[in-house]
Design a binder for this molecule. Structure first.
Ligand SMILES: Cc1ncc(COP(=O)(O)O)c(C=O)c1O
Length: 455
């Protein structure tokens, strides 16, 4: 723990030098921030002033195993003392064991792994592989990538254009070949589907219509999260993924599943695609693969895709200095081993089910809750000003900011937006910790609702 003076000095220095993710340093200074986190254990972290918080966000839905696992620190330390780094072309033991493990646990014939350092790089690599795959097979016109409106797949040069987010005007011109499909969110189906099934079928069909409209010979890939964390944990109807698989097969399009958040137990299965028994051609993983202890991520391809790059003059050309770092690989291996030993995927399914039930009960007391949804420990609340119309609160009321502030007062690190609240806690969470969180959300919602005009 640091003294109050040290904390203040650190805070001043942070405000001067740290370029924060998605935050303005002037506003942060006015709010007395940033909070400096110094320790963590399980789902809790402690700040430099000794205050304990529950990290309901689980980092960025990424600290799957929970904080403070010294076994992972030991595995990394041991590897660092033995060999801290050596680049590819050669390889290292932890990297081989890591990719071997991914091949064993990944669905179907997903068995060749290109290691990178984060989810954005994993998706950039997936898109490059998809485009190159078609070229190598003599189908050079396929470059378009279909993603779903409102999805997020990363922040770097190419992938930031997936999902068609607003607010990217600073970085125009946009990446060529981006095509946007509807989001299969059963609560807000933009194609008018009234049940999850109807919404799923219409949204999957819309992707086929887009492929046909653009011409299959121009479309390289479809990329989507199995359960959309971007759409606040929207779970598609059961028809969606099997249909999408068939549509991609019919038109020779590569199917990329972004399991960056969904993977490693987040939805109650090791990989979320297992809920529908669908094997994508390429799967991207990050976050939970190493529970954020060190940066490692990967693009995993089926043998059918990877084999197209076999042969001396045919390699997939890309090198990333830190991709496949042996220390990070050792940490990831230990993380996966502990998750398996401790049944954390099962815990995610069980405690996640309980969490969902408790959030459903909040609906009785809070008119602002329009929908509660999710799978495992990827959960969400959709906030509305009016349940009948599903209209949202006007942005000028700053619902998200007010609610985030009230959640902080409850000791919860949990980000709310004007649209909803997304939950992604560590998978080691217990039922009594869920009760604590739900009680805090109940109080926070109550005090914000009291400030807002009723619809
Ligand atoms: C679904 C999804 N894909 C990709 C990314 C990008 O991962 P990273 O931040 O590790 O680059 C994120 C990050 O939140 C994500 O949620």
């Amino acid at each position: 723990m640091t003294t109050t003076q040290e904390t203040e000095a650190l805070r001043r220095s942070a405000l001067e030098h740290v370029w924060m993710h998605n935050r303005d340093w002037t506003q942060m200074a006015e709010e007395g921030g940033p909070t400096i986190i110094v320790e963590g254990k399980g789902i809790r972290v402690t700040d430099s002033e000794g205050k304990s918080w529950i990290d309901v966000n689980g980092g960025y839905s990424s600290v799957n195993i929970g904080y403070g696992r010294t076994e992972i620190a030991e595995a990394a330390r041991e590897q660092m003392r033995k060999l801290a780094y050596f680049p590819q072309g050669t390889t290292t033991e932890p990297l081989v064991r890591f990719v071997e493990k991914i091949g064993q646990i990944a669905p179907g014939s997903l068995e060749r792994t290109w290691p990178v350092t984060g989810g954005s790089e994993a998706n950039e690599t997936a898109i490059k592989i998809a485009r190159a795959y078609h070229k190598r097979r003599g189908d050079p016109g396929r470059y378009k990538i279909i993603s779903r409106k409102g999805s997020y797949h990363g922040a770097t040069g190419g992938v930031m254009w997936l999902g068609g987010a607003t607010g990217l005007a600073d970085y125009e011109p946009a990446y060529p070949g981006m095509v946007y499909a509807p989001q299969p969110n059963p609560y807000r189906c933009e194609l008018g589907g009234e049940t999850p099934s109807e919404c799923a079928v219409r949204c999957a069909q819309a992707i086929e219509d887009l492929i046909l409209f653009h011409g299959p010979s121009t479309v390289a890939a479809v990329i989507a999260e199995p359960v959309s964390s971007s759409a606040t944990a929207a779970v598609p109807g059961d028809e969606y993924w099997p249909m999408l698989r068939q549509i991609c097969d019919r038109h020779g399009v590569i199917l990329i599943a972004d399991e960056v958040i969904c993977g490693f137990g987040r939805t109650g299965k090791m990989f979320a695609m297992e809920h529908w028994d669908v094997v994508p051609d390429i799967m991207t993983i990050a976050k939970g693969v190493v529970s954020s202890y060190l940066p490692i991520a990967a693009t995993v391809a089926t043998a059918e895709v990877a084999d197209v790059f076999g042969g001396k003059d045919n390699i997939f050309r890309q090198a990333l200095t830190f991709g496949g770092h042996p220390v990070a690989a050792a940490a990831a291996l230990k993380n996966i081993e502990l998750m398996e030993e401790e049944g954390l995927v099962q815990n995610s399914a069980e405690v996640g089910g309980y969490f969902l039930e408790q959030l459903h009960q909040l609906k009785d007391d809070h008119e602002s809750i329009g929908d509660v949804r999710g799978l495992g420990l990827l959960l969400g609340i959709d906030l509305v000003a009016n349940r009948d119309t599903k209209e949202r609160y006007p942005t000028e009321l700053h619902l998200g900011e007010r609610l985030s502030e009230k959640l902080r007062e409850q000791g919860l690190i949990l980000r709310a937006t004007d649209r909803g609240i997304g939950f992604g806690p560590p998978l080691c969470i217990t039922r009594s910790e869920v009760d604590e969180i739900v009680a805090g959300v109940d109080r926070a919602l109550g005090s914000v609702e009291a400030q807002l005009p009723s619809a």
